[in-house]
Design a protein around this ligand. Structure first.
Ligand SMILES: Nc1ncnc2c1ncn2[C@@H]1O[C@H](COP(=O)(O)OP(=O)(O)OP(=O)(O)O)[C@@H](O)[C@H]1O
Ligand SMILES: [Mg+2]
Length: 262
């Protein structure tokens, strides 16, 4: 019943881009009664395969919640989430854990590297835990793409912040997940290190056919994406294709102006 996952080669626009993940009428509410917060308000979204999608919006607009729900890290109150054709809403814990492990990659703001392992050991750790042998040719390519070939024996405290985050990116790419989610993956980096990491993410989409969804506050970071989704009050209120930093900044300004009460 399961089909082999080939390297997606779509990317760019045009044609009927395959969908890597989608949300249908997703409602996420926290709390009850007076403390009830609707974090996602009936969200419908398709994430195209082989594309780099950025999610933006004000603090509290639901960006992390949307990402966590799409990635199966959080449950929805109602509605459906699909990874490829698999509906993950309603999957039992064990199956969901396995699906996350086998098909999804994560890059967090804090790199979550193990200090006692070197870079290479950190990169292959998830596969080691899963008892899977890394595909050596692929691993070499990932290490090459993120520019870590000379640093594989170094432990995290012997690496710069940007290099540590590149290890985290390589770790996410190494297992060849169908889709990678990042919640402000460059949030802790200075602009140069951030640009490095964003460049690698971009290349992993262009050269490795990776699908990436990234939450960011930063217009420059968003400009590396193919598409930007804007959230406000738990709804997708706008989107932009082939964003430039200036265009994203302009759009953010217009949201600020509308949202501000003087
Ligand atoms: N565990 C929780 N319990 C209660 N409310 C929550 C919880 N997690 C998030 N929320 C609320 O849901 C809304 C959306 O939160 P979310 O973390 O998705 O925002 P965000 O867009 O990622 O914001 P930021 O840019 O600050 O990270 C917020 O109003 C938040 O207070
Ligand atoms: Mg957040």
């Amino acid at each position: 019943m399961t089909t082999a996952v080939s390297i997606p080669k779509t990317g760019g626009s045009g044609g009927h881009a395959a969908v890597a993940a989608k949300a249908r009428q997703v409602l996420k509410a926290y709390g009850t009664g007076e403390t009830r917060v609707v974090a996602l308000d009936h969200v419908d979204v398709d994430i195209a395969r082989g594309q780099f999608t950025a999610i933006m919006g004000p603090s509290g607009s639901g960006k992390s919640t949307l990402m966590h729900c799409l990635a199966g890290l959080d449950t929805v109150t109602s509605g459906q989430i699909f990874i490829d054709d698999t509906e993950i809403t309603g999957l039992k814990d064990k199956k969901l854990t396995r699906l996350r492990r086998d098909r999804i990659g994560f890059i967090f703001q804090a790199f979550n590297l193990l200090p006692t392992l070197n870079a290479l050991e950190n990169i292959t750790l998830p596969m080691d835990i899963a008892g899977r042998k890394p595909d050596q040719a692929w691993l070499d390519r990932v290490v090459e793409t993120v520019g870590l070939a000379g640093r594989l024996k170094h432990r995290p405290n012997q690496l710069s912040g940007g290099q540590q985050q590149r290890v985290a990116v390589a770790r996410a790419l190494a297992a060849r997940p169908e889709i990678i989610f990042g919640d402000e993956p460059t949030g802790n980096l200075d602009s140069r290190a951030g640009a490095e990491v964003l460049g690698f993410l971009r290349r992993s989409v262009d050269e490795l056919g990776q699908t990436i969804v990234m939450v960011t506050h930063d217009a420059v970071a968003a400009s590396y994406a193919d598409r930007v989704l804007y959230l406000a009050d738990g709804r997708i209120v706008d989107e932009m294709y082939e964003p430039t930093a200036d265009a994203v900044l302009e759009r953010m300004k217009s949201f600020d102006a509308r949202g501000r009460v003087s």
